[in-house]
Design a protein. Structure first.
Length: 299
């Protein structure tokens, strides 16, 4: 039977290769997408057949599993059977969370009796990288207007890659950002957890294997973006900017895309069910929305 243990920061190097087995561009199958939220969801993992099976908890303390990764459908099916056996022996329902539509096809080929629930707040926004780097055409006129305003208003702005020499500046800015938005960080647990893990990333930047940029005006940090590149996709895990600077967020989106010109797609993750965030992400005209589902399996 599967034996699970707590997912810890020290497990990154061991587990990272399994994410390369992902057959889709969902942000959950990345180092940042997994390790940033490992404590929030109480994530554990079990080693099986040279791979890893992840288990966590929803807010209502229901045990859930991530869709297994594998070299082929046979390996994934085998791992699903292992989860089935674990659930049967522990008398718990078999629930797969964050399953994509391609995952549903595999699950459905093994288990004919499933109940799926669409999780719109967890669905990822995927963009053509060149669209965000160029922002061409009428549909991006709003973003270009904000960027042009920013460049006129703050001609001394700078964009720098995050390095060991300047990462402290981003850390200090994050502290100010949290203080200025304190009412949200005190009432929304996910934001508090995210901020704790951003500090963790800054302290373990090489281990996390992230890439990022910092936005300066007058030599002071006013924003940053952090993500990671896997295969042909840039996954943007974090974007923070001082809203007093009109156009700062648009500049971050545009410049981060420009500085990763070797990729085809950009995943800017989900909107967490926030209507304003949904409107913002849709305004960049995604080429796809990676839909995700919670699936309860009957066996």
């Amino acid at each position: 039977m599967l034996v699970f243990k707590k997912l810890d920061l020290s497990d990154i190097e061991k587990i990272k290769p399994c994410f390369a087995l992902s057959k889709n561009r969902a942000c959950d199958n990345t180092v940042g997408g997994t390790f940033i939220w490992r404590d929030f969801f109480g994530m554990e993992y079990a080693e099986y057949n040279h791979n890893f099976i992840f288990k966590g908890k929803f807010a209502d303390n229901v045990t859930v599993f991530a869709m297994p990764l594998g070299e082929n459908t046979g390996e994934i099916t085998d791992s699903l059977r292992q989860i089935e056996s674990y659930c049967e022996k522990n008398a718990i329902p078999m629930i797969i969370c964050l399953a994509t539509e391609s995952d549903l096809e595999i699950i459905g080929s093994v288990y004919p009796d499933i109940t799926k629930t669409f999780e719109s707040g967890w669905s990822d926004y995927l963009y053509n990288a060149q669209d965000l780097a160029i922002l061409a055409g009428r549909k991006y006129s709003g973003q270009r207007n904000h960027i042009n305003y920013f460049k006129r208003a703050y001609p001394d702005y700078e964009i720098r890659e995050i390095t060991a020499d300047n990462i402290d500046g981003a850390r200090v800015f994050l502290g100010k950002y949290i203080k200025e938005n304190e009412k949200y960080y005190k009432t929304i647990p996910a934001l508090a957890e995210e901020s704790e893990k951003i500090y963790e990333i800054f302290s373990n930047y090489a281990l996390y294997g992230q890439t990022g940029i910092i936005l300066y005006v007058g030599g002071a940090v006013i924003g940053f973006a952090v993500g990671e590149v896997a295969a042909d996709t840039l996954y943007v895990h974090i974007e923070k900017a001082d809203m007093q600077y009109r156009g700062a967020y648009q500049v971050l989106v545009n410049e981060f895309a420009k500085r990763n010109d070797n990729i085809l797609y950009i995943n800017r993750e989900d909107d967490a069910g926030d209507e304003n965030l949904r409107i913002s992400k849709l305004s960049y005209h995604p080429c796809d929305i990676i839909k995700k589902y919670t699936v309860e399996i009957k066996f």
